[in-house]
Design a binder for this molecule. Structure first.
Ligand code: AMP
Length: 371
């Protein structure tokens, strides 16, 4: 059986690596000649919206999925789903994740607490948003933002109007700034039969909008229960098939939803070595109608992203127990080029080792206290 994947980045590459032991084949579509998935699977090169390539993928594959969300819902609907191909996760979930306003409306409809927000399309709407939501806040593009791109933090009215000019003539959203104590995310999968599994909660540290560190399992059981309830509500709402992620701020013990990602997620990379079944394998199991795998943690995991360039392989592999993932990307500032994972018997040992590793790999990033 062959899975078609729109997008051949590192997530697609890890999907393929998880699928081969199960006897699954892959075909990727990506415009880039050096897409990370290309080292491990066949890639057809072309635009994500190319009607001929989408139709061809549909013909060749059992099911179509995607490895990032900034792809065209319209092109997939028009050229792939019309021909009877199954596209998982469902396109309405992809559409909601692509627009921060739709995402916020989804949270509100499902009774999931989220930040105060207003849609902003003009200076007068910005003035009203500032009056109704208050300062400080963050002005974000509604679409196409990722890894902190397309968003500016604002503390004063003047800063807000400057941010409005900087972000340009595109639809925006103004959000209240949440002085969060920490950030968490929850990942789960739903199968075609409606079976659902949820992973232990991830504790995430971002710097400059980019994820740097994830620890799991994280936080008290109450956070896990609340996050899992919110995630399940989203899964049921979309009659979702595949892996879904929900990200939250935690403020004074309260979980405030920030965004959803209708795909495998960077904060779940630890599941490759740290869980009975990785998020990548469970995504494949879900979209192919196979039984879902157990999501139990095998220990206390830490995942550190390698940003910009890879530290020398020899130095990384000298750390006992370290699992290295090199995505085979060219170095570039701010680019995710790999990650490494530690799985330890205790949270204390995991934190001791991860703190030391983070200090050498990303000296500017503060290691947080245990939650
Ligand atoms: P996002 O693209 O919305 O995931 O934002 C990237 C990161 O910026 C988040 O993980 C937070 O660290 C920070 N951030 C975004 N929005 C807010 C907000 N409303 N309040 C506080 N921090 C935020």
């Amino acid at each position: 059986m062959t899975v078609g994947v729109v997008g051949g980045g590192q997530l697609g590459r890890m999907l393929a690596l998880a699928g081969y032991p199960l006897g699954i084949d892959f075909l990727f579509l990506d415009p880039s000649r050096d897409a990370p998935a290309g080292k491990v699977a066949p890639v057809v090169h072309g635009a994500f919206t190319d009607p001929h390539l989408l139709k061809w993928l549909t013909r060749e594959c059992e099911v179509l999925t995607f490895d990032w969300e900034n792809i065209s819902v319209e092109a997939l609907r028009e050229h792939a789903s019309r021909r009877g191909a199954r596209i998982c996760p469902p396109l309405p979930a992809l559409a909601a994740a692509q627009d921060r306003v739709c995402e916020k409306q989804l949270f509100e409809r499902l009774g999931i607490p989220t930040t105060r927000w207003r849609a902003v399309g003009s200076p007068s709407q910005l003035a009203r948003a500032l009056a109704e939501v208050g300062l400080p806040g963050v002005l974000k593009t509604r679409r196409l933002g990722y890894d902190g791109k397309g968003q500016l933090r604002v503390r004063t009215r003047e800063e807000a109007h400057r941010a409005f000019e900087t972000l340009g003539d595109v639809p925006l959203i103004y959000e209240q700034w949440v002085p969060f104590d920490c950030e968490v995310s929850i990942i789960g999968a739903r199968s075609r039969r409606g079976e659902t599994v949820v992973y232990p909660l991830n504790g995430n540290v971002h710097a400059d909008g980019i994820l740097r560190l994830t620890r799991a399992p994280f936080g008290p059981p109450r956070w896990q229960r609340t996050a899992a309830r919110h995630l399940t509500r989203c899964l049921e709402h979309f009659r979702y098939v595949g892996v879904l992620t929900v990200e939250f701020f935690v403020h004074k013990g309260r979980l405030i939803a920030n965004e959803i990602a209708p795909r495998v997620h960077n904060s779940g990379h630890w599941t490759i070595e740290g869980s009975c079944t990785s998020q990548f394998e469970n995504h494949l199991r879900a979209i192919l109608g196979l039984p879902l795998g157990c999501t139990r943690a095998l220990g206390h995991s830490a995942m550190i992203n390698l940003i910009g360039e890879l530290a020398p392989r020899e130095r990384l592999l000298a750390c006992e127990g370290l699992h290295l993932h090199d995505y085979g990307k060219q170095p570039r500032p701010g680019r995710k080029v790999g990650h490494c994972t530690l799985v330890e018997d205790s949270a204390a040992k995991r934190d001791r080792l991860a703190r030391r590793l983070l200090a050498t790999l990303a000296p500017g990033v503060r290691f947080p206290r245990a939650a």
